[in-house]
Structures are given as structure tokens and as C-alpha cells.
Design a binder for this molecule. Structure first.
Ligand code: SF4
Length: 488
């Protein structure tokens, strides 16, 4: 007979849509919690609703604890439905980014929620499960005598060397494109937490109540042991900033090379990595192939406004070296920084191309809870926060911002740029992977067939007059878009 205090625990990732169209990584935040819970329960189930399994099939008379990860406002109704459906007899704990932000709403809206874990949950869960009650467990909120008690918030300063228990997974995660499985497995790993920098728009490295999370990292040995266990050939390193200590990165590379682990890694970094070109080459040899780097803006003034810590001159100097290393560079840009003009925005595409960025992600500035940018928004006339948290102005409402973003992407992804991306993926042996090519072929085939069916469908063919009308409409729409982009 087991001496574990709980019989069955159900961990739910309550999203359905995310995985259907594009690649989604495993919910490793929840999986880390499940790994901790495993020591206290006879049986732990992790149900990722994106995989099609019905979590309700796993609620049995033996279920004593349900853990739900609520990270985004997306699919709010579905997530709410999942929480409400958990029987009151079962202890229900909600955690995740969204839950941390809206603790009081969760207690008010869901009478069956017993506790909320704020911020990183492993430590709090371990302590709660060991004690058997939430009293005094830092970063936990719970109900007691009809009231909600918020325990002390603390900054977690370390990170455990423990690897994720992937045997709890009930589905595989593959790269997808427009609903088509490309047949290549992906996985994620967390090797460090926090970030020592203080970019004003970024709240990733802040814990509950805005407490800064000091950077802490796992030992290189534990990271490489876990990498050796992972079966997927592509691994996303989910750390905010895994390259803070480049000596540690070097140790990881040495161990990967020594042990002959052959995978491709996607990682976040700051431009500061340019200072170690020899190590960057070693990283490339060890399988690091895609560097996601925050560039954010094209002017010194805007970079200073967000305390990014570098200038345009420094960016250009850094990229001169980075370009010589055959990484695939994914550049992050923020759109809508306070004081940004239309010219600044439209400079993003040529600037990224000039630097040598391969792909880019453009994010419209949002106000997150505890974001240090809040004060700047308050003090700058003409700016306000819309109902979805976007920081916008009279001159640049959200609709216009989205159009500008589309236009920047259109200007960036030229045929030459696409060729550059394809050749980098080929050199990283991703495009040349047989499974990937087969998946890509399937995707191309399905897209071609869909278009063919649409073309041949009776009644869908346009007459000459209709074609002329459609052309005129497209021209008018393009004109209108041009006007919107160039003026209010
Ligand atoms: S944007 Fe990147 S470098 Fe800046 S604080 Fe956030 S994680 Fe750190």
C-alpha cells in the first residue's frame, strides 16, 4: 500500500485552440508542477486539452486534487467552464500568469477554487503538499473562514536541478503549419529563471506583486542530462535570458559535444552575446541554431525610454559580429513605444534587414500588471490603455497599429528574405530533415488541393465584369490602406 497522502491528482492545461493551426510547445509550467506533485500522489494525470482528450474522463472518485494552469485571457469561456466543472469535493488550485494577475476575480467568480498559486508554483506546491495546508506558504492565496488570505509574496532566488517528468505526457508535440502536422517533434526545457536586466516594458522577470525574480540557473550537468533524455530533435529553451552567464553556456556546449547529443536549440539572448564570438561558434556546433534577440526599436531615444541598455550604434556593432555566426536570427521589435513616429515604425523592416535579422516578431506595446512603463503612460499626454491592455494613442489607435504591423511584415518578408530563411534552415539540417520535408510536402499538397477545389467549385468562377469589379475594389482598398498608413 502506498504511503503517499493523495490518491489521484489531475493537472489540466485548459486550452483547445492553440495547437490546431500552428506549433505549440508543451505546457512545461504545468508539467513542472505535476513533476513535484508526483512525490505526493499515487497517480498524476496531465491533460492538455489541445490534444483532444476530455479532462472529465479523468475525474474519478479517487481524484483529490485538481491543478489548473491559467496563463492567458484567450478562450476565457472555455477555461472558466473547466474550472466551474470541477466538483466542490475536490481541492482545486489555479496557477499561472493570468491567475496571478487576477487573484481576487478568481476567488470571487469561482466559489469552488480553494487556492491560487502566484508566480512560479513549484516551491509553493511542494511546501503546501508537504504541510497539507496552505497556511504560511509563501506566494499562495487561499480561503479561510469565508475570507481570502494572501500569504506573503517572496522572490524565489534559486532554481531546482530537477528534470521534468516527461513520462506524464499523454500526447506528442509536433511542428504544425496551418493545421498540418509537419511530422517533426519539438520539446521545451527550462534551464534558468529570471533576468537581471530591467527593460521597462518587460514583466517576464517579475514575480507576484512585481517582485523582481533574481536570475538563477540549473547546473550544466543537470541541463545536459535532461537534454539527453529528450527525444524531440528540436528543443526550445524557454528561459527569459539563458545567456546571462556565458561560462555556464560554454560548459553546457562542452557537455553536449562530449556526449554527442545531436539536437537543434532555440534560445533567447541579448545582443551582448556578440562579445564571445568563439563561444558562439561552439554553440552553433553544439546545436544552438536559432537566436531570438530583443532589438525592440530603431532609435536611441526610444531605446533609452525603455532602458534597453544599448544604442543603435552598439546594435550595429554587435550585429557585424553576429552576422558572421550562422545562427538563424529572430528579432523581436516593440511597436508603439511612447513617442514613436510613423517614420520610426516604418524603419523597422529595412533596419532589421540591414542588421541581418532572418525572421521577426513585432509586438504591439501592452501594459502588463506591475509594468514599470505604467508611470510613463500616465505622464505622457495623448496615450491611454485600451480594454485589451494595449497602449495606444489618438494618433495610433489599435486598428491602425495592426495595419502598420502587417505592412512592416509585408515589407520585410521579400522573396530574397524568404530565400535567406530557407537556406539557413537547410544549413541547420531542418529543411533537409526527411520527416519535415514530407510534412511540408503534405502541407503544400493540401493547400494546393484546397485552392484547386475552390477554383473548380461551380458558381465560383468570376465573369469578366466581376473580375473588373474585384480589381477595382482591391485597388480602392489598397489606396485606403495607404492613406491610413500615411495619415490618421
Ligand atoms: S526584455 Fe529580455 S533582457 Fe529585457 S528584462 Fe525582459 S527578459 Fe530581460
Amino acid at each position: 500500500m502506498s504511503n503517499k497522502p493523495l490518491r489521484e491528482v489531475l493537472c489540466i492545461y485548459p486550452y483547445q485552440v492553440e495547437l490546431q493551426k500552428w506549433t505549440a510547445f508543451p505546457p512545461i509550467g504545468l508539467e513542472y508542477i505535476a513533476t513535484v506533485t508526483r512525490d505526493f500522489a499515487e497517480r498524476v494525470y496531465v491533460i492538455d486539452c489541445r490534444g483532444g482528450e476530455d479532462y472529465r474522463d479523468f475525474i474519478t472518485p479517487r481524484t483529490e486534487l485538481v491543478l489548473i494552469s491559467w496563463n492567458w485571457p484567450l478562450e476565457h469561456d472555455f477555461v472558466s467552464g473547466v474550472i466551474r466543472s470541477i466538483p466542490a469535493r475536490i481541492t482545486t488550485i489555479v496557477g499561472g500568469r493570468y491567475a496571478t494577475q487576477f487573484i481576487d476575480d478568481i476567488f470571487a467568480d469561482f466559489p469552488n477554487v480553494d487556492m491560487v498559486v502566484r508566480g512560479e508554483g513549484e516551491e509553493a506546491m511542494r511546501e503546501y503538499l508537504a504541510r497539507g495546508n496552505p497556511r504560511g506558504v509563501a506566494n499562495m492565496s487561499y480561503r479561510e473562514d469565508g475570507k481570502v488570505v494572501h500569504n506573503e509574496p517572496i522572490a524565489i532566488k534559486h532554481v531546482a536541478d530537477e528534470a521534468l517528468d516527461r513520462s506524464l505526457r499523454r500526447m506528442t508535440y509536433n511542428i504544425r503549419a496551418m493545421n498540418t502536422d509537419l511530422g517533426i517533434k519539438i520539446d521545451s526545457i527550462s534551464t534558468s529563471r529570471g533576468c537581471p536586466f530591467n527593460c521597462k516594458f518587460c514583466t517576464f522577470s517579475l514575480g507576484p506583486y512585481g517582485v523582481k525574480r533574481p536570475w538563477a540557473a540549473r547546473s550544466p550537468e543537470s541541463v545536459v542530462d535532461e537534454l539527453a533524455e529528450i527525444r524531440a530533435p528540436i528543443v526550445g529553451i524557454v528561459d527569459d535570458n539563458p545567456t546571462v552567464n556565458m561560462n555556464r553556456v560554454e560548459e553546457i556546449c562542452d557537455l553536449i559535444l562530449e556526449r554527442g547529443i545531436n539536437k537543434r536549440y532555440v534560445f533567447n539572448a541579448r545582443i551582448d552575446i556578440y562579445r564571445r564570438p568563439a563561444l558562439l561558434r561552439k554553440m552553433r556546433r553544439a546545436g544552438f541554431f536559432m537566436a531570438c534577440i530583443g532589438i525592440e526599436s530603431t532609435t536611441d531615444e526610444l531605446l533609452k525610454g525603455i532602458t534597453k541598455g544599448f544604442t543603435v550604434k552598439k546594435l550595429k556593432e554587435a550585429w557585424k559580429i553576429l552576422r558572421k555566426i550562422d545562427f538563424h536570427y529572430h528579432g523581436y521589435f516593440m511597436l508603439g513605444l511612447l513617442g514613436e513616429t510613423l517614420e520610426d515604425k516604418m524603419r523597422i523592416a529595412p533596419f532589421a534587414q540591414e542588421l541581418g535579422v532572418d525572421t521577426m516578431g513585432i509586438q504591439i506595446l501592452r501594459l502588463e500588471q506591475h509594468s514599470p512603463i505604467a508611470q510613463q503612460v500616465e505622464e505622457t499626454p495623448g496615450y491611454f490603455v485600451d480594454e485589451n491592455g494595449y497602449i495606444i494613442s489618438d494618433e495610433f489607435p489599435i486598428r491602425r497599429m495592426r495595419k502598420i504591423r502587417r505592412e512592416i511584415s509585408r515589407r520585410f518578408y521579400t522573396p530574397g528574405q524568404m530565400w535567406r530563411i530557407a537556406s539557413k534552415l537547410w544549413r541547420a539540417e531542418i529543411l533537409s530533415n526527411v520527416g519535415f520535408l514530407a510534412g511540408l510536402g503534405k502541407f503544400a499538397g493540401i493547400t494546393f488541393c484546397k485552392n484547386l477545389v475552390a477554383m473548380l467549385k461551380p458558381g465560383k468562377r468570376l465573369t469578366h465584369a466581376q473580375k473588373k469589379q474585384a480589381e477595382a475594389q482591391a485597388k480602392a482598398a489598397a489606396e485606403k490602406e495607404k492613406q491610413i498608413l500615411s495619415a490618421k
